[in-house]
Write a protein that binds this ligand. Structure first.
Ligand code: 5GP
Length: 109
Protein backbone atom coordinates (compact mmCIF):
# COMPACT_ATOMS: atom_id res chain seq x y z
CA UNK A 1 0.00 0.00 0.00
CA UNK A 2 1.34 3.41 -0.94
CA UNK A 3 1.53 6.12 1.68
CA UNK A 4 -0.47 9.31 1.18
CA UNK A 5 2.73 11.12 0.24
CA UNK A 6 3.76 8.41 -2.24
CA UNK A 7 0.38 8.93 -3.90
CA UNK A 8 0.99 12.69 -4.02
CA UNK A 9 4.49 12.10 -5.47
CA UNK A 10 2.90 9.81 -8.10
CA UNK A 11 0.35 12.57 -8.88
CA UNK A 12 -2.54 10.29 -7.86
CA UNK A 13 -3.63 12.92 -5.33
CA UNK A 14 -3.27 16.63 -6.11
CA UNK A 15 -1.13 18.95 -4.00
CA UNK A 16 0.29 22.44 -4.33
CA UNK A 17 3.96 21.85 -5.03
CA UNK A 18 6.50 24.35 -3.70
CA UNK A 19 9.62 22.47 -4.85
CA UNK A 20 10.59 19.20 -6.46
CA UNK A 21 13.90 17.60 -7.30
CA UNK A 22 15.38 14.13 -7.72
CA UNK A 23 15.24 13.29 -4.01
CA UNK A 24 12.30 15.17 -2.51
CA UNK A 25 9.08 17.02 -3.04
CA UNK A 26 7.82 20.00 -1.00
CA UNK A 27 4.07 20.59 -0.83
CA UNK A 28 1.87 23.11 0.93
CA UNK A 29 0.11 21.50 3.91
CA UNK A 30 -3.64 21.00 3.44
CA UNK A 31 -4.29 22.26 6.99
CA UNK A 32 -1.72 25.03 7.50
CA UNK A 33 -0.72 25.95 11.05
CA UNK A 34 0.99 29.17 9.90
CA UNK A 35 0.79 31.48 6.86
CA UNK A 36 3.48 29.28 5.30
CA UNK A 37 3.31 25.58 6.11
CA UNK A 38 5.17 23.32 3.71
CA UNK A 39 6.04 19.63 4.04
CA UNK A 40 9.40 18.50 2.67
CA UNK A 41 9.15 14.80 1.84
CA UNK A 42 11.74 12.31 0.60
CA UNK A 43 10.72 10.50 -2.57
CA UNK A 44 12.21 7.27 -1.27
CA UNK A 45 10.04 6.02 1.57
CA UNK A 46 11.49 6.43 5.04
CA UNK A 47 8.66 5.80 7.52
CA UNK A 48 9.89 8.18 10.23
CA UNK A 49 13.10 9.78 11.40
CA UNK A 50 13.84 7.07 13.96
CA UNK A 51 13.53 4.42 11.24
CA UNK A 52 16.15 6.05 9.04
CA UNK A 53 19.24 3.99 8.28
CA UNK A 54 22.86 4.88 7.59
CA UNK A 55 22.13 4.63 3.86
CA UNK A 56 19.54 7.44 4.26
CA UNK A 57 22.16 9.93 5.47
CA UNK A 58 22.46 11.84 2.19
CA UNK A 59 18.68 12.06 1.77
CA UNK A 60 18.25 13.30 5.36
CA UNK A 61 20.79 16.06 4.74
CA UNK A 62 19.13 16.87 1.45
CA UNK A 63 15.78 17.44 3.18
CA UNK A 64 17.29 20.20 5.34
CA UNK A 65 19.02 21.81 2.38
CA UNK A 66 15.77 21.69 0.41
CA UNK A 67 13.82 23.13 3.37
CA UNK A 68 16.27 26.05 3.52
CA UNK A 69 15.93 26.59 -0.21
CA UNK A 70 12.11 26.58 -0.04
CA UNK A 71 12.21 28.97 2.94
CA UNK A 72 14.36 31.36 0.87
CA UNK A 73 12.10 30.99 -2.14
CA UNK A 74 9.01 31.78 -0.05
CA UNK A 75 10.63 34.84 1.53
CA UNK A 76 11.03 33.45 5.06
CA UNK A 77 14.78 33.77 5.45
CA UNK A 78 15.02 37.27 6.92
CA UNK A 79 12.24 36.97 9.52
CA UNK A 80 12.91 33.32 10.25
CA UNK A 81 11.09 30.01 10.21
CA UNK A 82 10.80 26.70 12.07
CA UNK A 83 11.45 23.12 11.00
CA UNK A 84 9.63 20.32 12.83
CA UNK A 85 9.70 16.52 12.49
CA UNK A 86 7.09 14.46 14.34
CA UNK A 87 7.94 10.87 15.24
CA UNK A 88 5.30 8.40 16.40
CA UNK A 89 2.10 8.81 18.36
CA UNK A 90 3.37 11.06 21.14
CA UNK A 91 5.22 13.16 18.56
CA UNK A 92 1.98 13.79 16.68
CA UNK A 93 2.89 11.82 13.56
CA UNK A 94 -0.18 11.09 11.43
CA UNK A 95 1.39 10.16 8.08
CA UNK A 96 3.91 7.28 8.23
CA UNK A 97 6.23 8.78 5.61
CA UNK A 98 8.97 11.08 6.91
CA UNK A 99 8.36 14.77 6.34
CA UNK A 100 9.86 17.99 7.61
CA UNK A 101 7.34 20.71 8.46
CA UNK A 102 8.50 24.19 7.38
CA UNK A 103 6.51 26.84 9.24
CA UNK A 104 6.74 30.60 8.98
CA UNK A 105 5.13 33.87 8.05
CA UNK A 106 4.28 34.88 11.64
CA UNK A 107 6.03 34.78 15.03
CA UNK A 108 5.79 31.19 16.30
CA UNK A 109 5.24 30.66 20.02
P1 5GP B 1 2.27 14.78 10.81
O1 5GP B 1 1.11 14.98 11.72
O2 5GP B 1 2.35 13.34 10.33
O3 5GP B 1 3.58 15.29 11.31
O4 5GP B 1 1.98 15.68 9.52
C1 5GP B 1 1.13 15.29 8.50
C2 5GP B 1 0.69 16.55 7.80
O5 5GP B 1 0.14 16.19 6.56
C3 5GP B 1 -0.37 17.33 8.58
O6 5GP B 1 0.11 18.64 8.85
C4 5GP B 1 -1.56 17.33 7.62
O7 5GP B 1 -2.28 18.54 7.64
C5 5GP B 1 -0.92 17.08 6.28
N1 5GP B 1 -1.79 16.43 5.33
C6 5GP B 1 -2.63 15.38 5.59
N2 5GP B 1 -3.27 15.02 4.45
C7 5GP B 1 -2.82 15.85 3.47
C8 5GP B 1 -3.11 15.95 2.06
O8 5GP B 1 -3.90 15.20 1.49
N3 5GP B 1 -2.46 16.94 1.37
C9 5GP B 1 -1.56 17.78 1.98
N4 5GP B 1 -0.98 18.70 1.20
N5 5GP B 1 -1.26 17.70 3.30
C10 5GP B 1 -1.88 16.75 4.03
Amino acid sequence: MKTLFERIIAREIPAKIAHEDEHCIAIHDINPQAPVHVLVIPKRLIARVGAAKAEDQAVLGHLLLAAGEVARKLGLESNGFRLVINHGRDGGETVPHLHVHLLGGRPLG
